[in-house]
Design a binder for this molecule. Structure first.
Ligand SMILES: Nc1ncnc2c1ncn2[C@@H]1O[C@H](COP(=O)(O)OP(=O)(O)OP(=O)(O)O)[C@@H](O)[C@H]1O
Ligand SMILES: O=P(O)(O)OC[C@H]1O[C@H](OP(=O)(O)OP(=O)(O)O)[C@H](O)[C@@H]1O
Length: 217
């Protein structure tokens, strides 16, 4: 019998929107998945041929790229940051809507014009994407990599600007920052390892199933 397929899903905020989609696709994790005290990371599902692993959002892409997981759900922000050639992202799941934006302190924004930038310092979780995005516009972006709480960087003088995810804008507002430029819109995608997609028919079948589910919504 073939090893079960491994489906990687992120721990964070995408999870609540992803679980109903998984259920529609016929994948329901065991009760231990919802046990807050459990330290387990791998879970069986109602389908003996599919196990779920719950990992950090950025690591979903890493597991799938290396073939350690065959499928995953991840934000397009993460895909843009890594650009893994081994990942195929065939289905936009229409969940996890937000955008990647440049933000800066309100006082700076009053006189700042992004069209005049030639060199900027940015604190971000997305240094590769940020550099690439600004390079294409002829702007040199010097990035300081952070793993979270970017919004505190300008007030403490680490960098004047940040690139981070924005949805309601509430986090920026609470930190006296304003959005001055949008790099891209973000949604979550179903991703598969390219080799697994070619060699394991069950992976291709699941891709088709997710396509149908999204089309019917
Ligand atoms: N405010 C938001 N609204 C909608 N989707 C979001 C929002 N913030 C993040 N996302 C999506 O959720 C994914 C995970 O978000 P985020 O990185 O904030 O989670 P996290 O729990 O902090 O992850 P980690 O702890 O692994 O860094 C992002 O890659 C993005 O695609
Ligand atoms: O515009 P808003 O609706 O305020 O959303 C934006 C916030 O959401 C994300 O963080 P999240 O809440 O996932 O926590 P994190 O800081 O752990 O990444 C993101 O990094 C922003 O901080």
């Amino acid at each position: 019998m073939a090893e079960p397929l491994i489906f990687a899903i992120p721990k964070g905020r995408i999870l609540d929107e992803a679980l109903p989609l998984l259920a529609e696709a016929g994948i329901v994790p065991g009760a231990d998945f919802h046990d807050k005290d459990s330290r387990a990371l791998r879970f069986g599902t109602n389908n003996p041929d599919i196990d779920i692993i719950r990992v950090r959002a950025f690591d979903v892409a890493t597991f799938v790229a290396h073939g350690a997981a065959q499928l995953g759900i991840v934000g397009s922000d993460v895909l843009e940051e890594f650009k893994y050639s081994e990942i195929y992202a065939p289905v936009d799941l229409d969940i996890g809507h937000c955008r990647l934006s440049v933000a800066e302190p309100r006082e700076l924004a009053e006189t700042d014009d992004p069209r005049e930038w030639s060199h900027i310092r940015i604190a971000t979780k997305y240094p590769n994407f940020t550099r690439r995005h600004f390079e294409a516009k002829g702007v040199q972006a010097e990035c300081v990599k952070l793993n979270g709480a970017m919004e505190i960087a300008p007030a403490l003088g680490l960098t004047r600007r940040i690139v981070d995810l924005v949805s309601s804008g509430g986090t920026l507002k609470a930190n006296n920052l304003v959005e001055v430029d949008v790099l891209c819109e973000v949604t979550s995608r179903l991703i598969v390892n390219r080799a697994a997609f070619k060699t394991r028919p069950a992976v291709m079948a699941l891709v088709e199933r997710f396509r149908e589910i999204v089309a019917a919504r």
